[in-house]
Design a protein around this ligand. Structure first.
Ligand SMILES: *[C@@H]1O[C@H](CO)[C@@H](O)[C@H](O)[C@H]1NC(C)=O
Ligand SMILES: *[C@@H]1O[C@H](CO)[C@@H](O)[C@H](O)[C@H]1NC(C)=O
Ligand SMILES: *[C@@H]1O[C@H](CO)[C@@H](O)[C@H](O)[C@H]1NC(C)=O
Ligand SMILES: *[C@@H]1O[C@H](CO)[C@@H](O)[C@H](O)[C@H]1NC(C)=O
Ligand SMILES: *[C@@H]1O[C@H](CO)[C@@H](O)[C@H](O)[C@H]1NC(C)=O
Ligand SMILES: *[C@@H]1O[C@H](CO)[C@@H](O)[C@H](O)[C@H]1NC(C)=O
Ligand SMILES: *[C@@H]1O[C@H](CO)[C@@H](O)[C@H](O)[C@H]1NC(C)=O
Ligand SMILES: *[C@@H]1O[C@H](CO)[C@@H](O)[C@H](O)[C@H]1NC(C)=O
Ligand SMILES: *[C@@H]1O[C@H](CO)[C@@H](O)[C@H](O)[C@H]1NC(C)=O
Ligand SMILES: *[C@@H]1O[C@H](CO)[C@@H](O)[C@H](O)[C@H]1NC(C)=O
Ligand SMILES: *[C@@H]1O[C@H](CO)[C@@H](O)[C@H](O)[C@H]1NC(C)=O
Ligand SMILES: *[C@@H]1O[C@H](CO)[C@@H](O)[C@H](O)[C@H]1NC(C)=O
Length: 809
């Protein structure tokens, strides 16, 4: 009520715009027809048909949480970014993106009026009703993300008309009916996920011939009939099936031999079906195969010898089938295997000794077979009896299944030759043995826990892929400006870009990346940083490099590949890079939810206290990262500031922007060092010498530790002095306690000692003479001595892995 004038004037402008809009509207469609005058409509006003369609869509949605209340004007805001979830090009809607908004109701058939629509993302809502048939009339539609809703009815065959379709994810709905064979006409399909529905009928044969299909997930449906045996491998290194998930259906027939043509297959799961027949030997040629799950079927025959050639295999589950014969000893050649489940079959003979040599085996089950003889002692120690039970003639894996020992050790008579051959290790168990077995059991449990994590990670890794994004017929032109919040980063032209992944927890395509919702986080000399939310909800941070300042393509790729290999808990990991068709370069990093140390320290509310252990944890983290950079990677950071130290949920420090100067031209990286000085982190000798060194990095580290101690930003001058000078001047006058951040002063005397010792160390780091400064390693040692308990706690890095595992399914 106090400032009535500003809302009023705001309303006035709104009214004026609405007025203008109403009067101009009749002409806008005309303008659109005449191509020459299109430019004035770019991003300004939505076209009339699109406006009407949006309104119709809104009418049929139930927006109980009020997310669509921004759709309140007469349309002029729709393409200006004020309507939540809408993006346009030239006044035409190209993307509707409203995931996790609690939306109910249904999707209007009028959506077919949005002729330029490329992306429809309404996943994780409560949408019911059928999938609009009119989606099939959208020629540019590339991505449909409607998973985790309550859509019912069948998939309209018209969807096969969407020739640009790359991703169709309708998983976890209540869809019924058949999978329309016309889907095979969407020849650009890259990811098809129809899992967790109630789809019936057989798998369309056409799906086996889609040239770009990389992920096919149809698990948890009611599909019947055989899996088609018409798979064709195009031999195309980037475009071929990698993940095939058909588990939990009612599929019959045999395992298709033609799967062996798909040389890039990484995961095949057919479990919980009614598949019979034998395992084709040809599958042994799938050299990329990491996961094979054929469990819970009716497969017979023997364990294929060719499987010893599956050198990438990590997880093999053949449990609950009708397999028979011996377990071949060449199974020991699957050196990387983690999980081996052969339980519930009719395998006979002995457990081969070679299995004991599989060091990574952490989940092993041969229970309920007809195996006999002694369990190799290493396996018996590693796994508990539940891995071996249900084999009447198997012995040596528990105290109650001791193998028959020779009559007496001293009377080695001819009779003992008749005893089973494998009695080498078998005498009566001493108490020591029993303890060993108990300890072994405990270890096995630990190992299984580790395995669950590992296995999840491997699955994730398996579906990571390197794939170029194919930019379909892009309407609209490339954004002139760097993308702002709510703008689609759009690469134009016919040539695709190139996305290169390094190891990491996320799966995404170039298209996913370019279509992600982006929010500007900050700008630096290297370029602009965005927080990008991918359609699966994962977040990454993306750095768009200034084009003119980067090295040539080949050099850039070599350097980026080297940076992508650097992994340390206190260094921000580079997960991927993208080269656009027009020379744009994006770097993809882990997203750090707490932002930079600078904002954490200096932009917090008055009520937020950062205690001493937290500050110390950050200091130790930064120092560890820097030390690794210097000693492990032999790399200088050159521009360490509190703005490029990022914090994760647990306040672990991650140093960013290291090595980026290697991607830049020499001129550009000199420029970076020059600007670093203005921020107050630059060592004095850099004024004369242009060469950054480990000592200039340590100077910056010292400034950061001072920043943590004083709570003051080195950017703000104090009586014309920089932070180190200011601290030194106060310490000289013996008012030392004055320098510390006030909130650190409510502490105990022991903390006081720690503060003082840390201050001394920081001042040592900012010594004007480079030679007098310690190396990062010595700084680390001293910090660890000052606060050993924090140093020990800051050592673990389990969080990333746990997160990766949680995301992986
Ligand atoms: C529309 O809604 C937004 C956000 O709720 C509000 O700021 C704006 O004033 C509203 N505009 C009109 C014309 O009602
Ligand atoms: C399916 O969606 C529901 C909620 O919409 C969610 O609770 C469930 O975990 C989802 N299932 C799968 C397999 O993703
Ligand atoms: C397919 O969708 C299901 C359910 O939403 C999800 O759990 C699964 O990870 C998806 N699979 C692939 C391979 O994308
Ligand atoms: C695929 O498209 C062609 C023509 O474009 C059409 O003749 C054919 O029937 C379509 N196939 C399916 C399965 O719909
Ligand atoms: C699958 O089909 C069977 C009958 O054919 C039916 O009993 C069952 O409920 C169906 N399952 C689902 C998940 O629709
Ligand atoms: C392989 O894929 C690329 C990119 O998608 C495509 O341009 C090329 O024609 C394909 N080659 C073959 C042999 O299919
Ligand atoms: C496997 O089972 C089928 C019947 O389902 C039978 O015809 C075939 O002979 C069996 N093969 C072996 C090797 O037992
Ligand atoms: C393993 O692969 C090699 C080379 O491809 C082949 O010669 C050999 O026969 C294969 N081994 C088995 C058991 O299939
Ligand atoms: C087979 O299916 C049953 C029931 O779904 C399950 O309990 C069992 O663990 C499965 N067997 C294997 C080897 O995965
Ligand atoms: C298994 O590995 C051994 C050596 O470790 C090798 O001699 C043998 O040829 C391999 N067998 C197969 C089938 O690859
Ligand atoms: C065993 O696992 C470790 C860690 O995942 C991996 O580095 C190693 O290469 C694996 N060993 C083999 C023989 O694959
Ligand atoms: C092995 O499989 C059996 C039968 O499926 C199961 O009861 C047992 O818990 C499994 N043991 C381990 C260690 O996975």
């Amino acid at each position: 009520m106090e400032n009535t004038s500003s809302p009023l004037s705001h309303e006035n402008t709104s009214f004026l715009l609405a007025y203008l809009f109403l009067f101009l509207l009749p002409f806008s469609s005309l303008h659109l027809v005449s191509a020459s005058s299109q430019h004035q409509w770019d991003g300004v006003t939505v076209t009339r048909p699109d406006y009407r369609a949006l309104r119709a869509i809104q009418r049929e949605l139930v927006d109980s949480k009020g997310f669509l209340r921004t759709w309140n004007d007469t349309g002029y805001g729709a393409c200006l970014g004020t309507w939540a979830g809408i993006k346009c090009v030239k006044g035409q809607v190209i993307s509707i993106q409203l995931p996790w908004r609690g939306l109910g109701g249904r999707i209007s058939e009028q959506i077919g009026q949005l002729r330029a629509l490329k992306k429809l993302s309404l996943h994780d809502n409560a949408l019911g009703g059928p999938l609009p048939r009119s989606l099939g009339f959208l020629p540019y539609l590339r991505g449909v993300y409607l998973f985790n809703n309550r859509l019912s009815g069948s998939i309209p065959p018209s969807i096969g008309n969407c020739h640009s379709l790359q991703t169709l994810d309708l998983s976890n709905n209540s869809l019924t009916g058949n999978i329309p064979p016309s889907l095979a006409n969407s020849t650009r399909l890259f990811r098809l996920n129809l899992s967790y529905n109630s789809l019936l009928g057989s798998m369309p044969v056409g799906l086996t011939r889609l040239p770009s299909l990389t992920i096919l997930a149809l698990q948890h449906n009611n599909l019947s009939g055989p899996v088609p045996d018409t798979w064709v491998g195009t031999g195309n290194k980037s475009d071929q099936l990698q993940v095939l998930s058909l588990d939990y259906n009612s599929l019959t027939g045999t395992i298709p031999v033609s799967l062996s043509k798909l040389s890039l297959l990484q995961q095949v799961s057919l479990s919980h079906n009614q598949i019979s027949g034998t395992i084709p030997d040809e599958l042994g040629t799938l050299s990329e195969l990491q996961l094979l799950d054929l469990s819970n079927n009716s497969i017979n025959g023997s364990f294929p010898f060719s499987f010893s050639n599956l050198s990438s295999l990590v997880s093999l589950n053949l449990g609950d089938n009708k397999l028979s014969g011996k377990i071949p000893s060449t199974i020991g050649n699957m050196s990387g295997i983690n999980l081996l489940d052969l339980s519930g079959n009719k395998f006979s003979g002995e457990i081969p000794d070679s299995l004991a040599g599989l060091t990574n085996l952490s989940d092993f089950n041969v229970s309920y077979n007809n195996l006999s003889g002694a369990v190799p002692s290493l396996l018996a120690k590693k796994f508990n009896s539940s891995s071996f039970v249900g084999n009447l003639e198997l012995c040596g894996y528990s105290t109650s299944t001791i193998c028959p020992s020779p009559p007496a050790p001293l009377t080695l008579s001819p009779a003992s030759a008749e005893a089973p051959k494998h009695h080498r290790h078998h005498r009566k168990l001493s108490i020591k043995d029993i303890i060993l077995i108990a300890v072994g059991g405990l270890l096995a449990i630990l190992l299984i826990l580790c395995l669950i994590l590992l296995c999840c990670l491997m699955k994730k890794k398996a579906s990571l892929k390197q794939k170029s994004g194919k930019m379909g017929d892009t309407i609209g032109k490339t954004e002139k400006e760097v993308p702002t919040a709510g703008t689609e980063v759009e690469a134009g032209g016919e040539m695709g870009g190139k996305l290169v992944h390094f190891d990491g927890p996320f799966v995404f395509t170039a298209d996913d990346l370019l279509c992600a919702t982006a929010e500007i986080m900050g700008k630096s000399t290297y370029g602009t940083a965005y927080k990008a939310t991918l359609d699966d909800g994962n977040q990454v941070s993306v750095k768009r490099l200034r084009e003119k300042t980067t090295k040539g393509l080949r050099e850039f790729e070599t350097e980026a590949a080297a940076l992508g290999k650097i992994r340390h808990q206190n260094l921000l990991a580079l997960r991927a890079y993208y080269l656009g068709p027009k020379g744009e370069k994006l770097l993809v990093f882990d997203y750090m939810p707490k932002g930079s140390l600078a904002s954490f320290l200096h932009a917090r509310g008055p009520e937020i206290v950062i205690d001493w252990p937290t500050r110390m944890k950050i200091a130790i983290g930064v120092t560890r990262g820097l030390d690794y950079l210097h000693t492990g990677e032999n790399m200088i950071h050159g521009n360490l500031t509190s703005s490029n130290i990022l914090l994760d949920e647990q306040n672990n420090a991650h140093i960013a922007d290291f090595g980026l100067s290697r991607l830049m031209t020499a001129a550009a990286s000199t420029n970076v060092i020059a600007t670093a000085g203005t921020l107050g982190y630059r060592a004095p000798e850099l004024l004369k010498l242009k060469n950054a060194s480990t000592k200039t990095d340590v100077y910056s580290l010292g400034v950061i530790i001072l920043e943590l101690l004083t709570g003051k930003s080195p950017g703000e001058p104090m009586n014309g002095m920089d932070l180190p000078q200011w601290v030194a001047s106060i310490v000289k006058e013996e008012w030392t306690n004055e320098v510390f951040d006030l909130e650190l002063m409510r502490n105990t005397p022991t903390t006081n000692d720690e503060l003082l010792n840390t201050l001394k160390l920081a001042l040592h780091c900012v010594d004007p003479s480079p030679a007098a400064r310690p190396e990062a390693q010595q700084v680390l040692q001293q910090l660890e001595e000052i606060k050993p308990e924090v140093a020990a706690a800051a050592g673990g890095q389990g969080d990333d892995d746990a997160k990766a595992a949680a995301i992986s399914q």
